[in-house]
Design a protein around this ligand. Structure first.
Ligand SMILES: NC(=O)c1ccc[n+]([C@@H]2O[C@H](COP(=O)([O-])OP(=O)(O)OC[C@H]3O[C@@H](n4cnc5c(N)ncnc54)[C@H](O)[C@@H]3O)[C@@H](O)[C@H]2O)c1
Ligand SMILES: O=C[C@H](O)CS(=O)(=O)O
Length: 487
């Protein structure tokens, strides 16, 4: 499938530093299309001196950006958002080319990312402090809400637009300057956002993008430089723990959006058609490569056979195709390592007694990264497929008999990001929702991510929340003023 960008200037090939796209002399790295392995772009590697230049520029920019009136910050954010929607098709094509998801999902991601910019443009106008009653008549308490400072961020490949904007929008709205290192697998979406930021008139140094394969080198700067006040990470729990430790030396404020292991519980009083519809959405979005994708499907024994029949029929109907194919519902996985991981998890489960009901390997006619939609039955909690994030189009089914058993199975994970359950009993809805150790719970709903909701997890799924009325606070500090001598 071919493509043509309407605005070729959105395809950038080097880091965006201090208002300029700056190729260093540190070589290049390749961006490949997961659908066919073809070369999409060669991108200049950022070097250490450029990272330092970006941090200096962000530090300088913060001093001015923090004093920019909130209404002006909001207006610039809205101009940026408008350009994203004006160029939505080109941004979606670039995203599909480097990440592989269907053009329909990529187009939706552009709108999703832009919705955070719109949301936080509004929140900028409500960055309110407080006047509080003092305990002494001679005093008055004032609380100022101030931007935390220079923010650095590192983001993943699975949502190369929205995971950046979910952070940058809040940071810029609060008056912070922002430096991001996107995944080396998907730099083009971030660089296109930088181009549009420049066109929107965001001042030099307020939004910067560092691209390169030397993630550890870049990350060391972004987690340990004392000019950076806050570090915000989205990615795997393993890398998150490493970077969290690196932030300790300068006691940075941190946000961590990490891995998940989402349970999906079908109770005996569930609407089975709704449950199948919700599971298809919560499992197969981005070919299963989202942090909130269902990892463990727990089905009550009384409804298992009828639910399974509906689920097999719906799963078998999914169209596996390259992302630019208009019929695509499932695209390729990001790379061979992702395919190998899914194979390892399947092999382990089958060796331990699981039953393969559908799929189970790649569609060689399409290419080595096209993993078939797969259903495993008779999965147990001690199989690796129950314990690790699958990050692929595999449904792992386990049967349960009681509500308490379902809750214990669902909570049997060191992570706690998202989970889902279907029941038509109000009493059960509140019992189970309160018992689940998760940051986000879909109740009779499979699609729960939006800018109005506080996105984040508990346990080893992270720290802090992104989006919603709570999201700005992660980029602010409270300053307490005590006014004395007033009596
Ligand atoms: N909770 C959320 O909101 C959320 C959202 C999307 C993805 N994720 C998680 O992200 C993971 C998939 O994304 P991924 O494969 O890109 O994750 P990853 O942790 O491998 O990489 C994430 C980012 O960290 C960088 N990185 C890796 N090692 C580093 C190091 N030593 N120093 C500095 N940076 C380093 C990578 O270059 C990339 O930019 C999954 O676990 C998924 O659950 C979570
Ligand atoms: O991969 C995790 C992202 O947060 C996906 S989404 O926010 O649910 O779209």
């Amino acid at each position: 499938m071919s493509y043509t960008l309407q605005d070729q200037a959105l395809l950038k090939h080097s880091s965006f530093i201090q208002g300029q796209f700056s190729p260093a002399f540190a070589g290049h790295f390749a961006v490949h299309n997961p659908a066919d392995g073809s070369l999409v772009a060669l991108v200049a590697q950022v070097d250490s001196s450029q990272v330092q230049q970006a941090i200096h520029a962000a530090d300088q920019a913060f001093a001015l950006w923090r004093e920019t009136p909130a209404a002006q910050r909001a207006a610039l954010l809205r101009r940026w958002q408008a350009l994203m929607l004006q160029h939505q098709q080109d941004l979606a094509i670039l995203l599909t080319l480097e990440q592989g998801k269907s053009l329909q999902e990529a187009t939706a991601e552009i709108a999703y990312g832009a919705s955070y910019v719109s949301w936080f443009a509004d929140e900028a106008l409500r960055m309110n402090g407080a006047v509080l009653p003092a305990l002494q008549s001679s005093q008055q308490i004032l609380v100022l809400k101030e931007p935390v400072g220079v923010v650095s961020a590192i983001t993943p490949w699975n949502f190369p637009n929205a995971m950046i904007l979910r952070k940058a929008a809040a940071a810029l709205a609060a008056g912070c300057s922002f430096i991001v290192k996107p995944s080396e697998l998907t730099p083009l979406s971030a660089l296109a956002l930088a181009e549009l930021a420049q066109r929107a008139g965001l001042p030099s140094g307020v939004f910067q993008v560092l691209v390169g394969t030397q993630a550890a080198m870049i990350g060391q700067h972004l987690t340990s430089d004392e000019r950076i006040a806050k570090f915000s990470f989205t990615g795997s729990t393993a890398v998150g723990k490493l970077l969290l430790a690196q932030c300790a030396s300068t006691v940075k404020k941190v946000s961590m959006e990490l891995g998940g292991n989402a349970p999906f519980i079908v109770f005996d009083d569930a609407d089975l058609d709704a449950a199948v519809k919700g599971l298809m959405a919560a499992k197969f979005r981005n070919s299963g490569q989202t942090c909130v994708c269902v990892n463990r499907v727990l089905v009550h024994s009384a409804v298992y056979e009828s639910f399974l029949a509906k689920l097999v029929k719906a799963t078998a109907a999914l169209v596996l195709a390259p992302g630019l194919d208009p019929n695509c519902q499932l695209g390729p996985l990001i790379n061979q390592a992702a395919v190998d991981k899914v194979h390892r998890l399947l092999d382990d489960a089958l060796e331990q007694g699981a039953e393969l009901l559908l799929g189970g390997t790649i569609d060689a006619d399409l290419g080595p990264l096209f993993f078939q939609p797969t259903i495993l039955a008779d999965v147990t909690p001690d199989m690796a497929v129950s314990q690790q994030e699958i990050f692929g189009p595999v449904l792992a089914l386990t049967v349960f008999d009681t509500e308490q058993e379902a809750i214990e199975l669902a909570n049997n994970s060191p992570t706690g990001l998202a989970g889902y359950f279907y029941s038509q009993s109000v009493a059960r809805v509140f019992r189970v929702a309160k018992a689940l150790q998760l940051g986000m719970v879909g109740v009779n709903e499979g699609l729960i991510s939006n800018a109005a909701a506080p996105f984040g997890g508990v346990k080893e799924s992270g720290l802090g929340r992104e989006g919603s009325v709570y999201g700005l606070d992660d980029y602010c500090e409270l300053k307490y003023l005590c006014l004395g001598g007033l009596s």
